[in-house]
Design a binder for this molecule. Structure first.
Ligand code: GLY
Length: 387
């Protein structure tokens, strides 16, 4: 029996992860990506941070993020077998406050996270500096969040590309224009903020949100951080994500400016000013890159992962959490297309289902095991089943 033929549009972390897992499950996969170097996945900092990214109005996203964190050790280990280490770090996250108001906000955050049963420890300013001696002496208090991790997103992308080669995914570098006429049984549209341009069902549901960040590299004797530090500096959020290589990513702005990827002087100034309040040794770092990416933000903050009709699935709208949610998204898509792998948690798959939006619901399919369609026929069975 022939394998189901899947065209995945988009070579960011979501498209690559879906293509990899689909091919591992026996699908015949073609990945279409005209310009892999430009996407938000490459610009990202690589935080795997469901807890410190959590918003009180998004409990489903927090639950999904925690499931994704649990999936990361195996995902990273599988990728490491390609010979490329994705730089997965489980050293945790420290949240620091620099004014009385910042510390009061952290107290509130700690109380809220504790009521959700999350592992969060209040720290004095002295305790913050004991765990991260490079922090500025002005730190007044903080939180230790051991469950929020990180990955080197660029190493991750390299590892995913290598993994695609191992499993025989075909790569096409053509530009895809709507309407799509791809020679495949199933399409997975994973083009980030550009996905609504490929399917009218997503019109108005996903928009670009620009994030500027800067990349720095520590000198040999420069004091460095050992874990991700997020800080409130006079009410403004900033994060600093260190790598074992000496790289430090400082981010990020959040601007609603359409598809404009300009890196602004004001954005970079703001990031460096706030980061310097947190980590004074930043003055000794080499500034190696300023960049801007476009987060694909959905109208309710949760991704859209699933059928949008016909033979088309979407995997987009991951907002600030694309790197984190990649393993979970790939598992859901793979299960919907091939029936393979673990059945995705119904609550997570439901929270991500595009048909929660009436505009995307018209022709969407059922999401049961083997991605049975409305008639109960597994998708792969339309072509005689998987391998
Ligand atoms: N995940 C952090 C950001 O989007 O800036």
């Amino acid at each position: 029996m022939s394998a189901v033929r899947v065209a995945v549009v988009g070579g960011g972390v979501i498209g690559l992860s879906c293509a990899w897992q689909l091919a591992r499950a026996g699908a015949d996969v073609t990945l279409i990506e005209p310009d892999p170097a430009q996407g938000a996945s490459r610009i990202a900092a690589g935080m795997l941070a469901p807890i410190t990214e959590a918003h009180p109005t998004e409990p489903a996203l927090l639950a999904a993020g925690r499931r994704a964190v649990d999936a990361w050790p195996a995902f990273a280990a599988d990728l490491t077998s390609t010979g490329i280490d994705p730089g997965y770090r489980t050293t945790g996250t420290l949240v620091a406050g620099y004014s009385a108001d910042d510390v009061a906000a952290l107290d509130e955050l700690a109380a809220r996270l504790a009521t959700l049963g999350l592992d969060v420890e209040r720290l004095t300013g002295t305790a913050c500096r004991r765990s991260e001696p490079a922090l500025a002496p002005g730190v007044r208090g903080g939180l230790s969040v051991p469950g929020d991790h990180s990955v080197d997103n660029r190493a991750l992308l390299r590892a995913l590309w290598a993994a695609l080669e191992v499993v025989g995914v075909h790569v096409v570098t053509d530009t895809v224009e709507a309407p799509l006429t791809l020679d495949a049984d199933v399409m997975v549209l994973a083009a980030g903020a550009w996905t609504p341009r490929l399917t009218p069902t997503l019109a108005g549901l996903v928009r670009p949100v620009r994030g500027e960040n800067v990349r720095l590299v520590a000198g040999r004797h420069t004091p460095v951080l050992t874990r991700t530090v997020r800080a409130l500096v006079d009410g403004r959020g900033v994060y600093l994500v260190p790598r074992t290589t000496g790289e430090l990513v400082v981010g990020a702005t959040q601007d609603e400016v359409g598809f404009d990827r300009t890196v602004t002087a004001g954005g970079v100034h703001r990031l460096l000013t706030d980061a310097r309040r947190v980590l004074p040794s930043i003055d000794e770092y080499a500034l190696v890159e300023t960049s801007a990416g476009l987060r694909p933000m959905s109208t309710d903050g949760a991704p859209l992962v699933g059928w949008v009709g016909g033979d088309t699935l979407v995997a987009t709208g991951h907002g600030r959490n694309g790197i984190l949610l990649a393993p979970l998204t790939a598992a859901i898509i793979t299960h919907l297309v091939t029936g393979a792998g673990h059945t995705p948690d119904a609550a997570v798959a439901g929270a991500f289902a595009p048909d929660r939006f009436p505009a995307a619901a018209g022709t969407s399919r059922a999401t049961g095991p083997g991605e049975a369609d409305a008639a109960g026929v597994p998708r792969a069975a339309h072509r005689g089943g998987g391998r």
